[in-house]
Design a protein around this ligand. Structure first.
Ligand code: NAD
Length: 363
């Protein structure tokens, strides 16, 4: 089994560098104690890269990512760069090109309700008492965000604007195959979400997912319209395992599922291509409101490493060990400010130290 990996580390802006410091603690344990030959190289991205080089995704960063097995990203953007023209905005000019360059068509977002954090969920306790663990698998490089769009907003005639949802069959097939293969390693259950009662692209989506499912007879497939899916996820989140969605529906549903767990500071995300090359990052942004205060929750960044070990490196036991360390820290009562109701919380650094110590015991 391969055990030498190179990781491109991109801390980025805002709380990115603070939470990445905690991720380094885990990376160093993986390197020193787990017989992994890990190399990590750090590169600039986002606002900090604009300040240094005038572009959010410098060539050196892109080349560094190309030479790596995976990318570990912090977060990008902030008020300092908000007044730049649309095309130069850090997220738009760094994140989207990165996804496109590496053809990261799969986006994975686990939403896990930790038993210790049930009180943070906006859902009623009669729903949260069952817990839930939903994996949202979203198509990331096609659909309405990439179709033809336009407007005549500056005309004297009636103004209009349009966006087009377009899906090629192969784009649906490849994300569906990924979802079914993932389902075989979990509860063998997929809910595919669409709007096939109205949209042509959804009709193709549903038919194609049905066809792909024939290759995976051990996986149970059902379909929900997006409006019903939202209702059912709020009402019975524990009945879902994998949710398979288009780019637009996945964008919305993954945030909705995430919010049901309590804090964005707990949510990691992975974007992958067909070779399992991946970009791993927290689901949240650069959180300028808590930047440089040692307040940010580092768990999302640490769990990004767990996803990287699982999906790009095939090291499932080490991935589980990270999840287990985080669970133990929560069970032992350690909380950052975003996951507690009282003032008895610990800092970003302290949470990083505690999880690292628990991780050393696990490995
Ligand atoms: P945000 O996710 O940065 O913050 C929303 C709220 O969540 C804030 O109150 C913040 O303090 C909190 N939060 C986020 N991460 C947290 C953590 N780890 N621990 C504790 N609390 C946390 O969203 P926003 O305020 O809308 O955006 C701020 C900047 O981030 C903007 O410039 C936006 O463009 C950028 N952004 C970047 C990414 C990315 O890098 N992928 C994603 C979303 C937003």
């Amino acid at each position: 089994m391969k055990n030498n990996f190179c990781i491109a580390v991109l801390p980025g802006d805002g709380i990115g560098p603070e939470v990445m410091q905690q991720a380094y603690k885990i990376l160093n344990i993986l390197k020193d104690k787990c017989l992994l030959n890990l190399q990590f190289m750090e590169y600039d991205i986002g606002g900090i890269a604009i300040d240094k080089y005038g572009v959010a995704l410098p060539q050196k960063t892109l080349l560094g990512c190309q030479k790596s097995d995976a990318i570990l990203l912090g977060s990008i953007g902030g008020p300092k760069w908000q007044s730049l023209p649309d095309k130069q905005q850090p997220e738009r000019s760094a994140l989207l090109p990165l996804r496109k360059h590496f053809n990261l068509f799969v986006n994975i977002r686990p939403s896990i309700l930790h038993p210790e954090l049930k009180n943070l969920s906006p859902l009623h306790s009669r729903i949260t008492r069952f817990g839930f663990e939903i994996l949202c698998i979203r198509e990331l490089t096609s659909g309405i965000y990439f179709g033809n769009s336009g407007n005549n907003l500056n005309q004297e005639l009636q103004e209009y604007a349009f966006d087009t949802e377009i899906y090629y069959k192969f784009e649906i097939e490849r994300i569906a195959h990924f979802a079914f293969k993932t389902a075989q390693k979990r509860k063998k259950k997929i809910v595919s979400v669409d709007k096939a009662n109205v949209l042509q692209s959804s009709k193709l989506w549903r038919r194609t997912v049905e066809e792909v499912s024939k290759n995976y007879p051990d996986v149970e497939l059902s379909h929900l319209y997006i409006d019903n899916a939202v209702m059912q996820i709020i009402k019975h989140p524990n009945t879902f395992d994998i949710i398979l969605c288009s780019n637009l529906f996945g964008d919305i549903l993954s945030d909705a599922c995430g919010m049901l767990t309590g804090s964005i500071g707990m949510l990691a995300s992975a974007s992958l291509n067909e070779n399992n090359f991946g970009l791993y990052e927290p689901a949240g942004g650069s959180a300028p409101d808590i930047q440089d205060k040692n307040l940010a929750n580092p768990i999302a960044q640490i769990l990004s490493i767990a996803l990287m070990l699982r999906y790009s490196m095939n090291l499932h036991e080490l991935s589980d060990a990270i999840y287990s360390s985080v669970n133990t820290a929560l069970k032992q009562g350690y909380r950052t400010f975003d996951i507690t109701d009282n003032t008895d919380y610990i800092s970003t650094d302290q949470m990083g130290d505690i999880i690292s110590k628990l991780f050393i015991k696990e490995v």
